[in-house]
Design a binder for this molecule. Structure first.
Ligand code: SF4
Length: 437
């Protein structure tokens, strides 16, 4: 870790560091600037590389870790073992879990203590304090209000769930989505009951990957999964009933297979294919989308022929070694994923990449070069920039163990380089309706 940072007086408006005490109380540390990290690169945060914290973000205290801050007097980076203004009092790093539509440019800066365990499955954005408000190291990639909590009043979600229960009392999928909306607070499930944008169609109990960051199933990892996986396979009729309800009342609607509360939908194609045909036998409206790992190209082709409009393929990297280190595929290989993408492009299906982003890795020289090469050979339509929900230090270790990782260009620079090199490629966060393809 470089400790001395050269400053350009007057040019940079540094923001104040935030730490938390052992009760979890967050406070600013006068005399110290906040710092963001991207693998081994530590950068003081300023008004130039942060924005006002978007509404809906949450704060997290990072246990068994020490914050890295920038001492404005000594012009040096420091790892704080205790509160510099109250000797003996421990302080902890603070991170921001930012709201949807914002991609992280800097991770909260910290060092692990020996006792540190794996962090839960969230993303850990850098955050600081400035002129009476919080600022975070993020970049806006999608301004759509699809998951803006201010537009999703809980009482309306509850009344919507009640109305759907009356309308389709025996639909097990409706019951499952109700649990997701009311118990887990899933925005996609809430939007179904609010009649907005995109509705979820979870179907699959199983998966043929074992992602280290899987939010629906964690085995022997010491990490808790964020929600439980669906425990049954809905029938084509139950799926179509939910989809037709949503399409029937929402303009530019999207209905999506492949949610956080299931395995991979391709392993439930035996119910999805007839469900799509059932939906399309009733209406041509709405966009039928699938979020998937893209592992089964032949199955994908059958679903395209059935009427699937768009796919979103999840990837943390387009380099096989890094992909395998994260997805841990069982019975398929990265080349199958590529085959699925090429089949979709051949059939003019709208293809998005669900790009699991982590500063320090995603913007590394090797990742950038591999991505450019991939985009030239497989001209997908859209990149959805998703913040990787995983312990950043352990992720960098895992990825640099799988392949070479060097030189972080910065996510902002990476985004502008991609926009320049691939002007037709769209960027965002949410699955677009076909009216926006
Ligand atoms: S592909 Fe999805 S469901 Fe399967 S292991 Fe990965 S995150 Fe979990």
């Amino acid at each position: 870790m470089r400790s001395e940072i050269k400053l350009y007086p007057g040019k940079i408006n540094l923001i104040t560091a935030l730490v938390a005490d052992k009760e979890g109380k967050i406070f600013e540390l006068e005399g110290y600037a906040a710092v963001g990290m991207a693998a081994d690169d530590f950068t003081p945060l300023s008004t130039g590389n942060t924005i006002n914290m978007p509404y809906g973000g949450e704060f997290m205290l990072l246990p068994d870790r020490s914050p890295v801050v920038f001492n404005l007097k000594t012009n040096r980076l420091e790892t704080l073992k205790e509160n510099p203004y109250s000797s003996g009092d421990p302080v902890f790093p603070v991170a921001a879990f930012n709201s949807p539509g914002y991609v992280i440019s800097h991770v909260s800066a910290y060092r692990e203590k020996k006792t540190a365990k794996h962090l839960p499955l969230f993303s850990y954005g850098a955050v600081g304090w400035h002129e009476g408000g919080f600022r975070t190291g993020v970049i806006l990639v999608d301004s759509e209000k699809r998951q803006d909590l201010r537009l999703m009043p809980p009482e309306k979600v509850i009344s919507g769930a009640r109305a759907m229960k009356k309308k389709m009392p025996r639909n097990r999928l409706r019951d499952h989505i109700e649990n997701c909306a009311l118990r887990y607070g899933c925005p996609a499930a809430k939007n179904f009951f609010l009649g907005r944008y995109e509705a979820p169609l979870p179907t699959s109990k199983n998966c043929n990957a074992a992602c280290i960051g899987c939010i629906s199933l964690q085995k022997e990892s010491g990490i808790r999964n964020s929600q439980d996986r669906i425990s049954f396979t809905p029938s084509p009729e139950e799926i179509a009933e939910i989809a037709l309800e949503h399409i029937g009342k929402v303009k530019r609607s999207v209905v999506s297979f492949g949610q956080g509360c299931e395995g991979d939908p391709l392993l439930a194609a035996h119910v999805i294919e007839p469900a799509i045909k059932l939906i399309r036998s009733k209406t041509g409206s709405g966009t039928i989308n699938m979020n998937t790992n893209g592992s089964l190209p032949e199955t994908m082709e059958r679903l395209f022929d059935a009427g699937l409009d768009s796919i979103r393929i999840s990837m943390n990297s387009v380099r096989k070694e890094c992909y395998d280190a994260y997805f841990r595929p069982k019975g398929y290989s990265f080349s199958d994923v590529i085959k699925s993408i090429d089949k979709a492009l051949d059939k003019k299906i709208f293809v998005s990449i669900n790009y699991l982003n982590c500063p320090g890795f995603t913007d590394s020289t090797e990742e950038q070069a591999a991505l450019f090469n991939f985009l030239k050979r497989h001209p997908v339509d859209f990149i959805q920039w998703r913040n990787l929900n995983f312990d950043p230090l352990r992720y960098w270790k895992k990825m640099s163990g799988a392949a070479s990782v060097s030189g972080a260009a910065g996510i902002k620079k990476l985004l502008s380089m991609i926009r320049k090199e691939f002007p037709d490629l769209k960027h965002g966060y949410f699955n677009p309706p076909k009216e926006k393809f």
